[in-house]
Design a protein around this ligand. Structure first.
Ligand SMILES: *[C@@H]1O[C@H](CO)[C@@H](O)[C@H](O)[C@H]1NC(C)=O
Ligand SMILES: *[C@@H]1O[C@H](CO)[C@@H](O)[C@H](O)[C@H]1NC(C)=O
Ligand SMILES: *[C@@H]1O[C@H](CO)[C@@H](O)[C@H](O)[C@H]1NC(C)=O
Ligand SMILES: *[C@@H]1O[C@H](CO)[C@@H](O)[C@H](O)[C@H]1NC(C)=O
Length: 442
């Protein structure tokens, strides 16, 4: 399938009288075709998920292969354009729209979408396609309040034309460039979400089925489960062993599931900074903590321990210095590739628990931290728990900045432990705070 061919700017200038009859025919045919395509697709989605929501365009969800998706989307775009052209022509002909001279303006607008102020340079090719907007078929605009769909792209993407062009430079339908770290750096600059691409990430050679659940929670995956291009280490034993080396890495010892610290985390409550999962769960009626989120959850051990207790936890992680997302997934847990700056992709009042260890600390600019805390409050249900685990700051900042900040979010304090850091017996001006905070029930 030639992606470029099917995406050529379509000719919208069928503005001649001789085509009136043809136009009317097209209207009828494309309306029917569009209706059929959408009914079919909606049916598929409904079939798979047990839900049936016609207001959601089918390509947002469900059981359709990439190829079928691309193909049917292409057809749809094609049809929509015919339909839009045809309908506006009919309207014009019927006098519902001002005059035929309006059409070039409308066409210009359509062709220059993307180059409209927000983007400081003219978008072309794959990038323009990726950021849209894309015209919706009639009948799909009610819930959206718009007749166009804008694929989501990070607000800051428009500051980095060169990087963005590089990111979108690939062969559509082919293999994606091996650019994981580059893409992540772009995300951290605020270009998050990145634009979607129409390429396939390289597949690892020799992939085997994952370890079955339960055993998978504490199993190191085979080296053949991922492509190692993006990492210094080229196998898991290298990642496991780096905890013994001098280098400084993100979450240095968390790939060692057997002999390292991972196995013991959150299992013992020291009555101070280190809470145990069981003690935290015991603060709520048994079984009422069911779903949650671990922000910056390393290799996924928090989610693994929660899963052993019947709690489903999504783990956000970036892939700095290691394949964290793949590792979490290989354990049979849900990884989410999200930076700390991203609005949490959950609806208001939905989660029973949010946990975060080490990640939320004084390195995060105050304003951003405050927004993050309110966002956590937002996604928690009434009575939901926020477990702030080992928040780190300088002693002077604790009472002047952070205690007031935490206090004003609106949580109730269930537990609160602040401790000065001891470095070989010497007290430093560095403090840790662990807290169990509850969103009020009323
Ligand atoms: C997708 O749908 C087809 C046919 O409706 C079905 O055979 C297949 O199992 C489904 N796949 C998934 C992953 O649900
Ligand atoms: C793993 O990779 C390291 C270098 O990254 C290499 O020295 C070592 O031999 C590899 N081990 C295995 C088991 O492949
Ligand atoms: C919580 O409920 C489960 C299932 O009903 C039960 O097996 C478990 O022992 C209970 N735990 C506590 C601490 O009561
Ligand atoms: C913060 O204030 C509390 C009580 O007012 C005090 O006990 C604590 O030592 C102070 N912490 C720091 C780091 O100054």
């Amino acid at each position: 399938m030639d992606y470029h061919m099917s995406r050529k700017p379509r000719d919208r200038q069928h503005n001649s009288c001789r085509s009136r009859v043809l136009v009317l025919l097209i209207v009828v045919v494309t309306n029917i075709a569009t209706f059929l395509l959408f009914s079919d697709a909606s049916y598929e989605v409904g079939n798979g998920s047990g839900k049936h929501d016609r207001s959601v365009p089918f390509w947002n969800s469900g059981n359709i292969t990439d190829y079928a998706l691309a193909a049917s989307h292409d057809e749809l775009v094609h049809l929509h354009n015919h339909l839009a052209t045809a309908n506006s022509l009919v309207e014009t002909l019927l006098g519902l729209k001002a005059t035929a001279s309006d059409m070039p303006a409308a066409r210009d607008e359509q062709e220059h979408v993307g180059g409209d102020g927000f983007w400081q340079w003219e978008l072309t090719g794959e990038l323009q396609l990726a950021v849209g907007p894309h015209k919706l078929p009639l009948g799909f605009t009610k819930n959206l309040g718009s007749d166009q769909l804008y694929p989501t792209v990070g607000q800051a993407c428009h500051r980095f034309p060169d990087e963005l062009e590089r990111y979108m430079d690939y062969k559509p339908g082919g293999e994606c460039p091996s650019d994981e770290q580059f893409a992540q750096r772009l995300m951290l600059k605020g270009c998050e979400p990145l634009p979607r691409r129409r390429c396939r990430p390289r597949r690892p050679a020799g992939y085997v089925e994952p370890t079955p659940l339960r055993a998978s929670l504490w199993a190191t995956p085979p080296d053949t489960s991922i492509v190692w291009d993006a990492y210094t280490c080229k196998n898991y034993s290298c990642l496991v062993n780096r905890r013994k080396t001098k280098g400084s890495y993100d979450c240095k010892d968390c790939f060692d599931l057997l002999s390292g610290r991972e196995k013991g985390r959150w299992m013992r409550d020291d009555g101070a900074l280190s809470y145990s999962i069981d003690a935290v769960l015991a603060t709520k009626p048994n079984g009422t903590v069911r779903i949650g989120l671990d922000i910056g959850g390393g290799s996924g051990t928090f989610a693994a321990r929660m899963q052993e207790r019947g709690v489903t936890v999504v783990t956000t992680s970036m892939n700095f210095d290691g394949p964290f997302n793949s590792f979490i997934a290989s354990r049979g847990l849900v990884p989410m590739h999200l930076s700390i700056a991203h609005r949490l992709p959950f609806f208001d009042g939905t989660l029973d628990i949010v946990h975060s260890m080490h990640v939320l600390s004084h390195w995060i600019p105050d304003a951003m931290l405050e927004f993050t805390l309110f966002d956590i409050y937002r996604v928690l249900r009434p009575g939901g728990l926020f477990w702030l685990d080992h928040f780190f700051c300088l002693g002077t900042q604790m009472n002047t900045t952070y205690v007031p900040m935490f206090n004003q979010i609106g949580f109730n304090k269930v537990r609160w432990n602040a401790r000065q850091k001891l470095d070989q017996g010497i007290k430093r001006n560095e403090w840790y705070l662990s807290a169990l905070l509850e969103k009020p029930m009323t």
